[in-house]
Design a binder for this molecule. Structure first.
Ligand SMILES: C[S@@+](CC[C@H](N)C(=O)[O-])C[C@H]1O[C@@H](n2cnc3c(N)ncnc32)[C@H](O)[C@@H]1O
Length: 307
């Protein structure tokens, strides 16, 4: 997730380097189809005016895996995500309330970008066989410790969720993800990989930074970029210069739905939940409740493999 605060201390941090697309092994397409233009140059949150490209002398793209390794202890102790029910995001109703995943007892669940493992553990406690994958070793180390403490069995793996070559085709009943896909450049390829690993009529349920929230600075509520600007964005959590830079990828709602349908999914539900009114929550600093009453912060999708 990307807490959207202006990062004015970060003026030198724009990057001109477009990261190489990560090509999953199970994806035989070596070039983007003509309808999918190459990624535009990155934009730095709250610094580069909307739509501008960064200077040529700028440093290289942030390493999201290293960034998550660095903030993992802080993130886990600050936000204390519950293992009671799969989690959809900051101040967002959870699976116990939304009931998008159905009964997972005996089902094979793959969680992409599982972080500290809280949702994976909740699914396993409900009787699912769960694999959780995350790019950060530190996040996976938290996940393993938590599963051990809670005496729940989950298979955790360090890896890039854009590469699902290790998963057998048609072997998974539910692919779940919470606030991880904004770190992935090629959502269209990810959808094709997920479709490959899902069994007949399998479910794909995920949350994503809401593309409108992406365009707004959380402290001032002002528009910082065009909704239609697809440039990647470099930012720091809460705009804190002591925290590492991260890179996330902005996409529109129609980018998301088009990628899903082209990959062979039927779109069953698109939710934009209003924030849970909990001013005491640690999330409320990064996600101001007042702004969340006007702008959705989370987009949740339930899609089903069409065949
Ligand atoms: C905001 S956290 C969400 C974690 C967890 N899903 C949750 O709801 O608490 C985003 C997670 O995505 C992971 N991530 C980022 N890029 C990734 C990638 N390419 N492959 C796998 N995990 C990734 C990060 O390491 C981090 O744990």
């Amino acid at each position: 997730m990307a807490p959207k605060f202006r990062d004015d201390a970060d003026e030198s941090m724009s990057s001109s380097v477009t990261p190489p697309p990560s090509l999953p092994e199970d994806d035989t397409t070596s070039q983007p189809p003509p309808s999918e233009p190459a990624a535009p140059a990155p934009q730095t949150q709250g610094v580069a005016p909307t739509g501008t490209t960064a200077p040529a002398s700028a440093p290289s793209a942030p390493d999201n895996a290293a960034g998550w390794d660095e903030i993992s202890d802080w993130y886990q102790s600050t936000y204390q995500i519950s293992t009671d029910s799969p989690h959809y995001g900051p101040l967002c109703p959870d699976e116990a309330e939304l009931r998008l995943c159905g009964d997972v007892k005996g089902k094979r669940v793959l969680e992409l970008g599982c972080g500290g493992g809280q949702s994976a553990i909740a699914f396993a406690r409900d009787g699912a066989h769960v694999i959780g994958i995350d790019i950060s070793e530190e996040q996976i180390s938290h996940a393993r410790k938590l599963a051990e403490q809670e005496e729940v069995k989950v298979e955790f793996k360090v890896g890039d969720l854009a590469d699902l070559a290790f998963v057998q085709a048609a072997s998974i009943d539910l692919v779940f993800s919470s606030f991880a896909f904004q770190y992935v450049e090629r959502f269209d390829r990810l959808c094709r990989s997920v479709e490959r690993v899902l069994a007949h009529r399998g479910l794909f349920v995920f949350s994503h930074d809401h593309p409108f929230w992406d365009c707004i600075d959380a402290s001032s509520g002002t528009l910082t970029r065009s909704y239609f600007d697809e440039a990647p964005e470099d930012w720091r959590w809460n705009g804190d210069p002591a925290l590492p830079r991260m890179r996330s990828y902005h996409r529109t709602i129609s980018d998301i739905t088009t990628s899903l349908t082209r990959a062979g999914f039927e779109l069953e539900m698109l939710l934009e939940p209003e924030a849970v009114n909990d001013p005491a929550s640690p999330w409320a600093r990064s996600y101001p409740l007042e702004l969340m009453r006007s702008v959705p912060a989370t987009l949740i999708v339930r899609a089903r493999k069409a065949s």
